[in-house]
Design a protein around this ligand. Structure first.
Ligand code: SF4
Length: 456
């Protein structure tokens, strides 16, 4: 188990000399416990204390990298069972299975589709990570296919085979891409570990039970392969969830080094809805890689969205910069919509304003990333804050009318806001979906009038 700040403090010199950059040894210990600094910043640690703290400061789940360049996938290094305890750090990699017996044209089409699976959501680019190629036939043909696929994608690659020779040849042709090799089990451990060691690739270690898996990882480690990914093969969904949960729990709570690696699942499911349901479950608990067969965007987007939500910091809502955003070809007569700077709220409003085709301004008020009703209840979305935001963004220099549109859910603040801003307040729809028709009505009825905003 990771040491607490106080546990670490017991081993420090306690002279408060500040050479580590912290005002006291206790502050340094606390930062070390949160992995915000490193042990080498203190020059006065005794070798004995260093030994103890060094091993305790190793991440309980090893960080593994697959691939290269911008598309490198880093998994592991997680520190908590539940995201509300801190956060999950390295998002689960989502990959796709391609078999070498599929027609070449179909494979090329799949790769094109997989490469295009990236979307912008709440200001972030969310995309897929891996292509897994499974061998069913000739070793040389497999290596050749792996080479061709590698030329068509920058994504990380997983090489799947029971044939050591096939894995060796394929790993050699894309050695620079740092593929993930699948898999070493009790019958082929020595051979496959040697291939992973030679190509400096991470290796999947597989078993149908945790006890054996724990023994196998220790042997793979002795064989010189430290970067491992775990797989427990179970025939049932509950069996898989149980294994993934136990692996995470034993690594974090019992400091079981032999299970201190990220885990993966290949979802082998014919029913397409079940496939996505299972993949979603594994993203939540606790797979670091999920491989599926389906490549259609409508199936993949929900998984990417789910992953994005699971791996955000629960203590820090996603926020946009609080400011005045012009949408479309705005003029001094364009309507002004007020909302909060919670990303999801802002981007939902933005997309509805865009779809209305009515050029408009959006002011995102700094509500510390809270949504409309939450911010209103917490007194972060108040008439005073809105007026402050209007003034800060020099709205009066941008528009010649004096009307503001506020979200329907905070209609209650209309009177107060009208008094404080000197503007006429229009209550917009409660749901963002109503914005297009609201703006079109506004435009049609000429409600945005050319009145100069009174100065405040
Ligand atoms: Fe304490 Fe070491 Fe930091 Fe000095 S450098 S304050 S001894 S932790």
């Amino acid at each position: 188990m990771a040491l607490s700040g106080l546990d670490i403090y017991k081993h420090l010199p306690k002279t408060n000399c500040r050479e580590c950059g912290f005002p006291t040894c206790l502050a340094f210990a606390m930062a070390l416990a949160k992995r915000q600094t490193t042990l080498d910043k203190c020059p006065y640690i005794t070798p004995q204390a260093k030994n103890i703290l060094d091993s305790a400061s190793q991440p309980p789940v090893r960080l593994i990298a697959i691939g290269e360049g911008e598309d490198i996938l880093e998994i592991g290094n997680e520190t908590v069972m539940f995201r509300h305890e801190e956060k999950f750090f390295h998002p689960c990699g989502i990959g796709f299975l391609i078999e070498d017996n599929e027609p070449e044209a179909k494979i090329i089409e799949k790769i094109k589709t997989i490469n295009s699976l990236q979307f912008e959501r709440v200001g972030q680019l969310i995309k897929v990570n891996l292509i897994a190629v499974r061998q069913t036939g000739d070793a040389a043909a497999f290596a050749s296919l792996v080479k061709r696929i590698a030329e068509q994608t920058k994504l990380g690659m997983v090489l799947i085979s029971n044939d050591a020779q096939a894995l060796k040849q394929a790993a050699a042709v894309i050695a620079k891409r740092r593929p993930l090799i699948y898999a070493a089990g009790k019958d082929n451990l020595t051979e496959i570990a040697a291939i992973a060691k030679e190509s400096q690739a991470a290796l999947v270690v597989t078993s149908d039970n945790l006890e054996e898996l724990s023994q196998l990882t220790a042997k793979v480690n002795e064989a010189g392969v430290c970067d491992q990914v775990l797989e427990v093969k179970s025939k049932t969904l509950s069996g898989n969830i149980w294994a993934l949960t136990q692996i995470r729990r034993l690594a974090l709570k019992r400091n079981q080094r032999s299970l201190g690696f990220p885990a993966m699942v290949i979802v082998d499911e014919k029913d397409t809805y079940q496939e996505i349901n299972k993949a979603a479950t594994f993203i939540c608990k606790y797979a670091s890689i999920v491989i599926i067969k389906s490549v259609e965007a409508w199936k993949v987007l929900p998984l990417l969205t789910l992953r994005q939500n699971i791996y955000t910091d629960p203590q820090r809502p996603l926020q946009v910069e609080p400011k005045l955003y012009p949408v479309g070809n705005v003029s001094e007569k364009s309507p002004v919509l007020i909302t909060t700077n919670f990303s999801l709220t802002y981007y939902t409003v933005l997309s509805e304003v865009e779809s209305s085709k009515v050029p408009s301004y959006i002011i995102s008020v700094d509500t510390e990333g809270m949504s409309v009703l939450t911010a209103w209840a917490a007194e972060k979305f108040t008439p005073d804050k809105i007026v402050e935001s209007i003034n800060k963004n020099n709205l009066r220099e941008k528009v010649s009318h004096n009307q503001l549109v506020i979200p329907g859910y905070v209609a209650v603040m209309s009177g107060d806001l009208e008094d404080k801003s000197g503007c006429k307040i229009l209550v917009g729809p409660k749901e963002a979906a109503g914005i297009p028709s609201f703006l079109k009505n506004l435009e049609r009825n000429g409600k945005i009038q050319s009145q100069i905003l009174s100065s405040q």
